[in-house]
Design a protein. Structure first.
Length: 106
């Protein structure tokens, strides 16, 4: 399945629109990760632990997006938008949502 942020796919013609589809992932950060990320914030640098969690959440959201597009009869998703939010008490949860338009291309 082709998934793109662009409104069209070069060299492909959209022949049917199947509707808007979305995928979400909400992951909780645990105390150990928070502790080590806090140390990283103090001494500077990147937090590889949080980067991996963010990547995992993005992959889950995009996988769900593809699954819902496939269920709608699509073979591509165009105009994909990714949003990132923190939720919960003390911002202890990470949410990634992906949405786009499911389409059938030639």
């Amino acid at each position: 399945m082709i998934v793109t942020t662009t409104p069209s796919i070069e060299g492909k013609r959209i022949i049917r629109y199947c509707g808007v589809v979305a995928g979400e992932a909400i992951l909780g950060a645990n105390v150990v990760k928070d502790f080590f990320a806090g140390i990283r914030d103090i001494v500077g640098g990147r937090s590889a632990t949080y980067e991996k969690e963010l990547q995992r959440a993005r992959e889950i959201a995009l996988k769900e997006l593809e699954q819902r597009a496939s269920e709608a009869g699509a073979n591509a998703v165009v105009g994909v938008d990714l949003d990132f939010e923190v939720l919960g008490q003390a911002n202890g949860m990470l949410m990634v949502s992906a949405s786009g338009t499911a389409v059938v291309v030639e």
